[in-house]
Design a protein around this ligand. Structure first.
Ligand code: AMP
Length: 182
């Protein structure tokens, strides 16, 4: 299965801005707006994902709010696949199903429309987000997909912040592909 070489990873990594102490002290925020703003880098990434996923059997691409929408929808359009948004509570207008997950303080929730994967039995879903940190959002999203008539066949991230352990946790639930591991 296609992966990038070191030079290509370095190229993509250099297109992503690091913002220190955002949104709070001690966090290094990986700002993908600079990648999106660089048409060569953005296309390079999407071409790579098209090469990787073009040959896989996938029925739907699901993106996690909100940066997962950008990469997920761009890839879905290129692969001519349907796109499904996974959103925070009270954003989707029709009937939804939900999955709660724990945060450092309190709980959060992700939702999809009840008919997101339509009538398709055992639909194969590729899940996409920009980054996996502790993995709480991604884990709840995989559980949400698997609660329906669908199966998450792989979760794809642009960046995996390995030391936060999210991907290590998530790999018990689904296959994972991270373009960049930091
Ligand atoms: P988590 O549930 O801890 O894996 O957090 C993942 C979500 O938080 C993703 O949707 C990311 O967009 C966002 N996120 C967490 N940490 C960072 C970071 N250092 N830089 C940019 N986004 C982050």
């Amino acid at each position: 299965m296609k992966e990038l070489n070191l030079e290509q990873k370095e190229y993509l990594l250099n297109s992503i801005r690091q913002v220190h102490d955002f949104p709070k002290p001690g966090i290094v925020f990986r700002d993908i707006t600079t990648l999106l703003n660089d048409k060569e880098a953005f296309n390079f990434l999407i071409d790579h994902l098209v090469a990787r996923y073009g040959e896989m059997e996938i029925d739907f691409i699901a993106g996690i709010e909100s940066r997962g929408f950008i990469f997920g929808a761009a890839l879905a359009a290129r692969l001519r696949l349907p796109f499904v948004p996974i959103r925070k509570p009270k954003k989707l207008p029709y009937i939804t199903i939900s999955q709660k997950y724990s945060l450092e303080y309190g709980v959060d929730e992700v939702q999809i429309h009840i008919d997101a994967f339509r009538e398709k039995q055992n639909a194969k879903v590729l899940l996409i987000d920009d980054l996996i940190a502790t993995g709480g959002t991604a884990k709840a999203s995989v559980e949400l997909i698997n609660q329906t008539n669908a199966t998450c066949i792989e979760a794809c991230f642009l960046i995996d912040l390995k030391e936060l352990g999210g991907s290590n946790n998530l790999k018990n639930l689904t296959k994972i592909y991270s373009v960049l591991e930091l």
